[in-house]
Design a protein. Structure first.
Length: 109
């Protein structure tokens, strides 16, 4: 067993560890808020969290986000529309779905 004459070294190590965790907090927050897919629905989502086409969607009212799926964006959008209702806008990796694809997503074309 190691005896310390003072708790100062242990407190210094603990403080450094906490400071390191604090530095990671903004990264974690950005990762949580950064979604591969973003969508705005015509009305509020049926629930705050649901799965559509194997993608977990998290919504706050009509604004939804999800991590990357394995299907084309149009198919992901179609799955969302079937589960949550009309999609007003859909963005995949920062690129908005074109108007004709958005219409297809909602079953209009």
């Amino acid at each position: 067993m190691i005896k310390l004459s003072s708790p100062a070294p242990l407190l210094a190590v603990a403080g450094a560890m906490l400071a390191g965790l604090g530095a990671l907090a903004p990264v974690a927050a950005n990762a949580a808020s950064g979604s591969y897919y973003r969508a705005e629905l015509a009305g509020p989502a049926p629930t705050a969290k649901f799965v559509a086409r194997d993608v977990v969607w998290v919504c706050d009212g009509a604004n939804c986000g999800a991590g990357r799926g394995t299907s084309r964006p149009l198919l992901i959008c179609t799955g969302l529309a079937k589960k949550a209702g009309e999609v007003k806008s859909f963005v995949a990796d920062g690129k908005p779905l074109e108007a004709d694809d958005l219409a297809r997503c909602n079953g209009v074309k």
